[in-house]
Design a protein around this ligand. Structure first.
Ligand code: PLP
Length: 404
C-alpha cells in the first residue's frame, strides 16, 4: 500500500491521526475542471477545513462555499478575495453580517435575513449586492417543492425579487442546494437542467444574474458496491442547456459547489489497537479514538441499530450508509478472525464494526479507515472525555508530510 512507510513511521509518534493525500485532491479537482470547463467550482469548507487542504484546493482556482462567519474568515485568511467567497447559511446574526459584509458575497437564507442585511447596509451607507438561496419548486425526484429550513420558497422569492423594498440591497445571484451524495448522473443532470430553467426565470426579472450557484449533490462511492458518479455523462447531458443559458446570459457565472467530491477519497483515519480481549466468545479490539476521533463509522452503527435493518436511513453528512467505510490492515494473514472494532471511550456506543473478518491484530497494530477526507475531523467530538485528539497529517504531492 502506498502509505505503508509513512503510516508505520507516524504510528510510532501518534496513536491516531488523519492522513490527507494532496495528489488525490489534485486528481479529483482536475477531473471536475476537465469535465466542466465553463463551470466555476467552489469548495464547501465545512467538510474539511484543514489549512493545507484549503490552500491546495484554492490554488486550483476554486472559490469558497462558507457556511459560517468562521469559514468566511478561514477562506479570507487562506488568501481568497471577498468576491470568491460565498457565505450561505441559515440564521446569520447581525454580527455575522457586519463582520462578513466586505469579506464575502452574502447569500440570504430568508426574507427576514434580507431585511437584516438591509439594516446593516443602510447603517454603513452601502448598497450591497447579495444572492438569495431559493428552495425550488422541484426536488431530485422531479417536479414539486418540499418544505425546508433552507432558503426561500421559490414563489415567495420571485415575489420578493419583483417588489424588492430594500433600497440598499440588489439581488444579483441565486443559490440552490437540495441534496448531497447523489451517484446517479441522470438524476443530477435532470436537477441541473431544472436549475437552468429557474435561473432563466429569475434572470428575466433581474435583467441578468452575476452568478447561479447550482449547489452540490456530487456523490462519492463509499461502499464497495457503489458505482462512482459519471461526470462525463453529466457533461453530455447538460451541455445543451448550459450552452443555451451561456448564450443568453454570457456574463453570469455558473457555479457548482463540492465538498466530499474533492476530498473524501484523499483521507484515511489511522488508529492503533490498544487492547484485545475475549468476552463470552466474542473478540474485541479496542482502538484509540474511534467515536471521538472519527465519528461517522460509529454513527453508522448507531443508525443501523435504531432503524429497520433492511433500510437504514439517515441524514447527510452525518450518515451515508452502514457500509460506507472499510477497515484495513497491513497484515496479510490468510488466517482471518472474527472481531468487533470498538473504541477506548467509556460508552458502549463506541463501536465501529461488529463481527467482521480481520487478520489477527495485536496491541500496537494499525487499523486504517477509508473515506475519511470529508466530514471526518470536523464532525468528531474531540472534547469528549478529555482524550488526546488525533492529529492531521498532510502528504504533499512531493512526498513531504506536514503536521497540523
Ligand atoms: C449548502 C451546501 N452546499 C454544499 C454542501 C457540501 O456537500 P457535499 O460534501 O456533499 O459536496 C453542503 C453539505 O451539507 C451544503 O449544505
Amino acid at each position: 500500500m502506498k502509505y505503508k512507510n509513512i503510516i508505520s513511521q507516524y504510528t510510532q509518534k501518534w496513536d491516531s491521526f488523519y492522513l490527507y493525500d494532496e495528489s488525490r485532491i489534485l486528481e479529483s479537482t482536475a477531473h471536475l475542471k476537465a469535465n466542466f470547463p465553463h463551470i466555476h467550482f467552489i469548495y464547501s469548507i465545512k467538510c474539511n477545513a484543514n489549512a493545507h487542504v484549503l490552500r491546495c484546493i484554492f490554488q486550483q482556482g476554486f472559490g469558497a462555499d462558507a457556511a459560517s462567519l468562521g469559514e468566511v474568515l478561514l477562506a479570507y485568511k487562506a488568501g481568497l478575495s471577498g468576491n470568491s467567497i460565498y457565505y450561505s447559511a441559515p440564521g446569520k446574526s447581525i454580527n455575522d453580517i457586519e463582520k462578513s459584509i466586505t469579506k464575502a458575497i452574502l447569500i440570504a437564507d430568508s426574507i427576514e435575513e434580507i431585511k437584516r442585511i438591509q439594516t446593516v447596509a443602510e447603517r454603513l451607507g452601502m448598497v450591497v449586492s447579495i444572492g438569495i438561496r431559493i428552495n425550488p419548486d422541484f426536488s431530485f425526484a422531479g417536479e414539486g417543492g418540499k418544505p425546508s429550513k433552507f432558503g426561500i420558497d421559490e414563489k415567495k422569492a420571485i415575489e420578493f425579487i419583483k417588489s424588492n423594498p430594500c433600497k440598499n440591497i440588489k439581488i444579483t445571484g441565486i443559490h440552490i442546494h437540495i441534496k448531497s451524495q447523489e451517484l446517479d448522473a441522470n438524476v443530477l443532470s435532470a436537477y441541473y437542467k431544472r436549475v437552468f430553467l429557474l435561473a432563466k426565470k429569475v434572470s428575466q426579472l433581474c435583467g441578468s444574474l452575476d452568478y447561479i450557484n447550482m449547489g452540490s449533490g456530487m456523490g462519492v462511492a463509499y461502499a464497495a458496491t457503489d458505482v462512482p458518479l459519471d461526470l462525463y455523462r453529466i457533461r453530455l447531458a447538460i451541455e445543451q442547456s448550459l450552452n443555451e443559458f451561456r448564450a443568453l446570459y454570457p456574463a453570469a457565472k455558473i457555479i457548482i459547489e463540492v465538498g466530499r467530491y474533492a476530498v473524501c477519497k484523499s483521507g484515511y483515519y489511522v488508529t492503533k489497537v490498544m487492547d484485545r480481549k475475549e468476552s463470552y466468545g466474542k473478540t474485541y479490539l479496542i482502538l484509540k479514538n474511534t467515536l471521538n476521533g472519527f465519528l461517522r463509522p460509529s454513527l453508522a452503527k448507531l443508525v443501523a441499530q435504531y432503524s429497520d435493518k433492511e433500510a437504514s436511513f439517515g441524514t447527510e453528512p452525518l450518515f451515508t450508509s452502514v457500509d460506507a467505510f472499510s477497515f484495513l490492515s497491513f497484515k496479510k494473514e490468510t488466517n482471518l478472525e472474527k472481531v468487533s472494532l470498538v473504541g477506548n471511550l467509556c460508552t458502549a456506543a463506541d463501536v465501529i464494526a461488529e463481527d467482521i473478518l480481520m487478520p489477527r491484530l495485536e496491541c500496537g497494530d494499525v487499523v486504517m479507515i477509508t473515506n475519511a477526507g470529508s466530514y471526518g475531523a470536523v464532525l468528531s467530538p474531540f472534547q469528549f472525555s478529555a482524550q488526546q485528539r488525533p492529529v492531521e497529517l498532510f502528504l504533499t504531492q512531493n512526498g513531504e508530510i506536514i503536521e497540523a
